[in-house]
Design a protein around this ligand. Structure first.
Ligand SMILES: *Cc1c(COP(=O)(O)O)cnc(C)c1O
Ligand SMILES: [Zn+2]
Length: 410
């Protein structure tokens, strides 16, 4: 059995049983899973974790579901790559890329969704649903298919084809909602009140959020049971940023790592940066914005975990940084051309933001830095525009040599 105690309100501390609930009935604060850490620390060691499967399920003791029942399509334990080429361009000797774009559905969302699907089955839901900025729906559709559940995914109608088709292939009911993500999200909250559906990021949100902690554990383990000096994390709802930090803290608290002093930086696109905006003005309040960004996976104008992400920035001495819209593609290309990793727009935001952090002197050459690449470039092809200029040739030697010489001149 998992080492879970209860759900607890982050604001007033009220306690709730383990049920599909996400908001406190007294103060509307978000609920969070609370664990029995004494029992976790008895159950795990570095050795026991290292002997586990090469997936996120090696950390099952820190997750709110039963390992035996896991809907596991082999998510996690993705590569942590020493990015020597990109690092030397940016002036960093110890830059690492956490390449989470190689998960089963090509984004980190497989981590939270794997946990939630398992929990939804335990609660005996028949329908798995979500409201998505793009990557979530592919993951929900895939895990629902594996679990034999009906799936229903809601998304803003203007998403990239790679996200839409990449979800549709698993056979969900697709619902394109007019308006942006925030409109769709409000609508889905109403639906969640009126249907017995497991909405992974609404009524199931406390369980969903826990899956992202594994991105903290993994990096620490892969660095040889050490936390990095810096993490650079993309932010939409802000949940991923807060949960990577929660994961690192848990490892530190039970002694799997020591001396935790990671600075947790948050990267958003200029056209949708409500959390970074609040950080820059020193406000505790995140003012919603209307998203206008190329990075559709990060286009949440009213971020649910915004205030907690701000707290993490303050607590860890991290920096909130935005990438100018016209640098997102540059970031994608820079990573591809130096490290052979093709990320989506959110990754472009991270790489451009990382560059700014180095230029601002926030990250020093010899500090261990992890940049989180959370989604795959093949899903956002249209964002790249028409950038391919091939050499045109017929299949004969002369024509090719002439065309090559002309191309090399220009
Ligand atoms: C959803 C998403 C994020 C942001 O996650 P939040 O937890 O909402 O902040 C980052 N990158 C990619 C590729 C995503 O799909
Ligand atoms: Zn409360």
């Amino acid at each position: 059995m998992p080492h879970v105690k209860c759900l607890r309100c982050r604001e007033c501390g009220s306690e709730y049983p383990i049920e599909p609930l996400n908001a406190c009935e007294f103060c509307f604060g978000p609920l969070e899973v609370e664990y029995d850490y004494e029992s976790i620390s008895k159950a795990v060691s570095r050795e026991s974790i290292a002997a586990g499967p090469n997936t996120m399920w090696r950390y099952h003791d820190f997750l709110p579901v039963d390992r035996e029942l896991a809907i596991d399509i082999s998510t996690g334990f993705t590569p942590l790559i020493h990015a020597k080429n990109l690092g030397s361009q940016l002036g960093l000797d110890k830059l690492y890329i956490k390449n989470d774009s190689v998960n089963p559905t090509y984004s980190f969302k497989d981590r939270p969704v794997s946990v939630t699907t398992t929990k939804a089955l335990e609660f005996e839901f028949e329908v798995l649903a979500c409201v998505s900025t793009g990557n979530l729906m592919g993951s929900v559709a895939a895990h629902g298919a594996k679990a034999g559940m009906k799936t229903m995914v809601f998304y803003p109608a203007d998403l990239e084809q790679g996200k839409i088709q990449g979800a549709a292939v698993y056979g969900p009911t697709m619902v394109a909602v007019t308006g942006n993500y925030d409109h769709a999200n409000r609508f889905c909250s109403e639906l969640a009140d009126n249907h017995r559906w497991a909405f992974v990021n609404i009524n199931m949100r406390p369980f969903y959020a826990e899956g992202s902690k594994t991105l903290g554990y993994e990096v620490a383990e892969q660095l040889g049971w050490k936390a990095p000096d810096h993490c650079v994390v993309p932010g939409a709802s802000g949940e991923l940023h807060t949960k990577i930090w929660k994961g690192l803290q848990e490892f530190n608290d039970i002694g799997l790592i020591e001396n935790l002093k990671t600075k947790m930086h948050l990267a958003q696109p200029e056209g949708c940066s409500p959390i970074v905006g609040a950080f820059e003005t020193g406000s505790d309040h995140v003012t919603p914005v209307r998203p206008e960004t190329l990075a559709k996976s990060l286009a949440i104008g009213n971020p649910a975990a915004g205030p907690y992400s701000l707290e993490v920035l303050k607590e860890t001495d991290g920096t909130g940084v935005y990438a100018e819209e016209n640098t997102i593609i540059d970031g994608i290309k820079l990573l591809a051309e130096t490290e052979g990793i093709f990320t989506e727009t959110a990754g472009g935001v991270v790489i451009s933001s990382l560059k700014k952090l180095v230029e601002q002197g926030k990250i020093k050459r010899d500090e261990v830095t992890v940049a989180y690449v959370t989604g795959n470039g093949l899903k956002t092809m249209e964002a790249m525009g028409d950038f391919v200029e091939p050499i045109q040739t017929t299949p004969d030697y002369e024509t090719f040599q002439t065309a090559l010489a002309a191309a090399q001149k220009s």
